[in-house]
Design a binder for this molecule. Structure first.
Ligand code: CP
Ligand code: NVA
Length: 337
């Protein structure tokens, strides 16, 4: 127990927020991933029940957008450790409508020991951190999704036994929150990453530059490629996400046209050259369109991943989803223990 607490405190994030991966040192990010691996084993052994680490702590979730994984992972992570989690959805509180972000933040900070935010603007989560006086964690904004990438790195490390030297290929909307964070996460962890996307959906230069700066420290590369077959060669991890993110519903049809040639299907997986040697896995942050069993995929025909890839043995999407719990727990403990 004392060893675990020392490990948590040793990360050096006590009292700190996590608003984007760029805020962490490379070492801190990797320490969070390793802590999550330890916490997963600790939970499997049931040890959290005897020695919960968040007793007496209240955490609130301020959500402007829907969520299955981030919401449930946070609630279960906090409860696992003896704390309480309160979900505040759009319409539940005055946030941003009758009360400014700064005023709501100052009130929430008087009640809660930490705030996890999901919503639209990065400046909202930044404002919560600035004014609340307690740690604030970014559970997805239009720009970043840092906790997702911690879980992705955990999943990759658990599968391959290491991170450095592997190649990750993101295929799809190359400028969305998940891709932005993945670029930075890979660069900080020493993974080569290629962002395979149509030129219209290329990443912002500022984000690419920041990721490349981290990559140069860690001996890896971050590149952008518009030809899927060329980009995918040698990939160990194929990653995709929905073609239109929450808040982008109006451009759905346009995205469908742009991204159809970027669907992750078996031909693309074979083009890695790593399928036969079992050196490739498929990841998706989820929710995913992979069949016609959701209202939206039925209505639009958008499928960013073919069903046989999604359901293949090399698809690790549900390990990845589970790891959201362990990584979010690691992050909250690092801030609050
Ligand atoms: N991956 C992810 O953030 O899922 P939710 O939208 O369900 O939280
Ligand atoms: N890019 C997606 C991620 C969902 C977890 C979105 O923002 O909707």
């Amino acid at each position: 127990m004392a060893e675990l607490i020392d490990k948590i405190r040793g990360i050096g994030l006590t009292g700190e927020s996590l608003l984007k991966l760029l805020d962490l040192s490379d070492t801190q990010m990797l320490q969070l991933v390793d802590l999550a691996i330890d916490l997963k084993a600790r939970k499997r052994r049931g040890e959290h029940l005897a020695n919960p680490l968040l007793k007496g702590k209240n955490i609130c979730l301020v959500f402007e957008k829907s969520s299955t994984r981030t919401r449930c992972a946070t609630v279960c992570a906090v409860r696992d450790e003896g704390g309480q989690a309160e979900y505040l959805g759009l319409g539940d509180i005055h946030f941003g409508k009758k009360e400014s972000v700064a005023d709501s933040a100052r009130v929430l900070g008087r009640f809660f020991e930490g705030i996890l935010f999901r919503g639209f603007k990065q400046e909202t989560v930044n404002g919560l951190a600035k004014y609340s006086g307690v740690p604030v964690w970014n559970g997805l904004t239009d720009s970043w999704h840092p906790t997702q990438i911690l879980a992705d790195l955990q999943t990759i490390k658990e599968h391959f036994g290491h991170l450095r030297g592997l190649k990750v290929a993101f295929v799809g909307d190359g400028r969305n929150n998940v891709c932005n964070s993945l670029m930075v996460g890979c660069a900080k962890a020493g993974l080569d990453m290629v962002d395979i996307c149509p030129s219209e959906l290329s990443p912002e230069q500022e984000i690419l530059d920041a990721a490349r700066q981290a990559a140069s420290r860690n001996g890896c590369t971050i590149s952008v490629e518009h030809d899927p077959i060329k980009g995918i060669a040698g990939a160990n991890v194929i990653y995709t996400d929905v073609w239109a993110s929450m808040g982008e519903e109006a451009v759905f049809q346009q995205r469908l046209q742009l991204l159809k040639p970027y669907q992750v299907n078996m031909d693309l997986v074979k083009a890695t050259g790593n399928l036969e040697s079992n050196r490739v896995i498929f990841l998706h942050c989820l929710p995913a369109f992979h069949d016609d069993k959701t209202e939206l995929s039925k209505e639009t025909g958008a499928l960013e991943v073919a069903d046989d890839v999604f359901e293949a043995p090399f698809s690790k999407v549900f390990d990845e989803a589970e790891n959201r719990l362990h990584t979010i727990k690691a992050m909250i403990l690092a801030s609050l223990v």
